[in-house]
Design a protein. Structure first.
Length: 131
């Protein structure tokens, strides 16, 4: 959780008072809510950084059941990330359409969701290596 706190502290100093994201950070809202506010307000760098920090936190634990594939894990995390995206997002549309990871990754990169794009790229590489 330290990485998430550091990210929030670093970004908070750059946010104007009165915005949804700033208010969520100030009142100690859950990370998911802060990330959703950040996405809604177009703060994709913050939303991506929080997503990546949460990914690292999940990756450090042994929470995945045995036999679960990388793709299964990524698909579950994509559904979580999708909830943070505004409806008009091309990345959201592609996730909803169950498009290929490559297509979703390209859209994420074009929309400035670099950490999501990187995560998907790495997942594809890892899945291809196991195939």
């Amino acid at each position: 959780m330290d990485a998430i706190k550091q990210i929030l502290e670093a970004f908070r100093s750059t946010l104007p008072d009165g915005g949804k994201t700033a208010e969520a950070i100030d009142r100690g809202a859950p990370v998911e809510e802060i990330s959703a506010c950040a996405s809604e307000e177009g703060l994709h760098a913050l939303a991506g950084a929080l997503f990546e920090a949460c990914e690292e936190q999940l990756d450090s634990g042994d929470e995945d059941p045995p036999g679960r594939t990388v793709i299964d894990t990524i698909e579950a995390r994509l559904r979580e990330f999708r909830q943070q995206l505004p409806g008009g997002s091309e990345t959201a549309r592609l996730i909803d359409a169950r498009a290929s990871l490559e297509e979703i990754s390209e859209a994420a990169q074009q929309e400035g969701l670099d950490s999501l794009a990187s995560l998907l790229f790495e997942a594809e590489r890892e899945a291809d290596g196991r195939a």
